[in-house]
Design a protein around this ligand. Structure first.
Ligand SMILES: *[C@@H]1O[C@H](CO)[C@@H](O)[C@H](O)[C@H]1NC(C)=O
Ligand SMILES: *[C@@H]1O[C@H](CO)[C@@H](O)[C@H](O)[C@H]1NC(C)=O
Ligand SMILES: *[C@@H]1O[C@H](CO)[C@@H](O)[C@H](O)[C@H]1NC(C)=O
Ligand SMILES: *[C@@H]1O[C@H](CO)[C@@H](O)[C@H](O)[C@H]1NC(C)=O
Ligand SMILES: *[C@@H]1O[C@H](CO)[C@@H](O)[C@H](O)[C@H]1NC(C)=O
Ligand SMILES: *[C@@H]1O[C@H](CO)[C@@H](O)[C@H](O)[C@H]1NC(C)=O
Length: 358
């Protein structure tokens, strides 16, 4: 019974990110300025090498269009490697990354304050650095991106080339490498199980590795966030994403927008948002925040252990996803799906990468 209570606590909180609303194709929108940013390295400005007559492309990752461009390059080169994207690049499972980055920009979480310059003080931008520059460098390393001499401008301690980044965030670099290498292996008949195992699995491992490596490095930036409520929100995002990762939720543009629109606040949170009676946030955001404030983070390690068992095979993960999706609309339905996830976790063999000791 405790198990159920733990999990419910968690579901209510993660309803911040997950919801079951249907979104139609014409509601799809690309991140702000997507159409105008570079789609290949050759669209970045040229700079002269001081010591020779050669030139290189100069990428400033703290300039919004440049960082968004890294994503556009990644989407551009990986879409042909994902056969399920034949109808639209919005099916590309990397789209959660630029979409979230666009949300951070729109809500001024990058501290752009009406400009295109990202502030080095921004905690969100610092976290996103390891979810943009890192996958880009890994894709370069495995040879996915056509060769063009380039440099990434270095600021503070943010690593800016592959060698540095292998030293700074080894696990993230390694997992993104694996993801891109996986991607290059051709698959003919893709069904949901293969999508789960060969695409979403490695993608989420890399995503998690980036966050795991990044969080300790960017801790000093937390103090610049405008309120304790926003700090809690950022912290929760960093901690709870693991639980979503375990279900291997699809991260294409359709799914990402669905969650973002309804549950992610379109402005930074203020101290006064703690008093949910008086705030101007949409109802669902408001609701989710209330639950977040009461979430027992001291239970998280335990919850993660249980959740990893409940998501240990494909059959269970599907129901774990349904559980999350229905949480916002019906607790009864969510509980029903949760039960099914438990049954499947026992009934079907766990994936070999998971330990079973239920
Ligand atoms: C030019 O060469 C000097 C000395 O060899 C080196 O320290 C510097 O980093 C080089 N500059 C560039 C832009 O490569
Ligand atoms: C993806 O699709 C959109 C809409 O069709 C298009 O504007 C864009 O150029 C495509 N490519 C990339 C890399 O986004
Ligand atoms: C990638 O970029 C090239 C050149 O800009 C463009 O012609 C092509 O349609 C793009 N591919 C995708 C999948 O967006
Ligand atoms: C930009 O916005 C952030 C957050 O609102 C604020 O802390 C910072 O002082 C602003 N910076 C400038 C240069 O206005
Ligand atoms: C943005 O940054 C660039 C390069 O550091 C600088 O030249 C420019 O003045 C900045 N723009 C604004 C609006 O702060
Ligand atoms: C936010 O939630 C509180 C408590 O449930 C409620 O009283 C308040 O009206 C809500 N605010 C909005 C804007 O929905």
């Amino acid at each position: 019974m405790y198990l159920i209570i733990f999990l419910l606590n968690y579901f209510l909180s993660t309803s911040l990110y997950i919801n079951a609303e249907i979104i139609s194709n014409n509601e799809i929108y690309y991140p702000t300025l997507w159409q105008t940013v570079p789609e290949s390295l050759t669209e970045y400005p040229l700079a002269d090498d001081d010591n020779s007559s050669s030139q290189y492309r100069l990428i400033d990752p703290w300039f919004y269009p440049h960082r968004l461009g890294l994503y556009k390059i990644l989407i551009n080169i990986t879409t042909p490697l994902m056969p399920f994207c034949s109808s639209s690049n919005a099916s590309n499972i990397l789209f959660a990354l630029p979409s979230q980055f666009g949300w951070q920009y729109d809500s001024n979480r990058l501290f752009t304050n009406g400009t295109l310059n990202i502030s080095l003080n921004s905690w969100w931008a610092s976290a996103n650095y390891y979810l943009s520059v890192i996958p880009f460098l890994a894709a370069i390393d495995v040879g996915l991106i056509p060769y063009e001499s380039f440099r990434i401008v270095q600021y503070e301690n943010f690593c800016s080339n592959s060698i540095q980044c292998y030293k700074q965030v080894p696990k993230a670099m390694e997992q993104w490498h694996k993801f891109f290498i996986h991607l290059q292996q051709s698959h003919k008949n893709i069904d949901d199980r293969i999508l789960d195992n060969d695409y979403l699995g490695p993608m989420w491992l890399a995503y998690e590795a980036s966050i795991e490596n990044a969080l300790p490095l960017i801790q000093s930036k937390l103090s610049y966030l405008p309120s304790n409520v926003e700090r809690l929100f950022g912290y929760s995002w960093g901690r709870l994403i693991n639980l979503i990762a375990m279900t291997r939720k699809n991260t294409n543009l359709y799914e990402t927008i669905k969650n973002q629109r309804t549950f992610l606040p379109r402005r930074m949170l203020l101290e006064s948002d703690r008093l949910t009676q008086t705030n101007d946030l949409p109802e669902l955001v408001n609701k989710s925040l209330q639950v977040l404030f009461s979430f027992r983070f001291d239970w998280l390690t335990y919850i993660e252990k249980i959740w990893s068992k409940l998501t240990c095979n494909y059959e269970a993960r599907i129901y774990a996803q349904y559980t999350l999706e229905s949480m916002a609309t019906s607790k009864f339905l969510a509980l029903k799906y949760l039960t099914q996830a438990m049954i499947n976790a026992i009934l079907f063999q766990c994936d070999t990468t998971f330990k079973i000791d239920l």
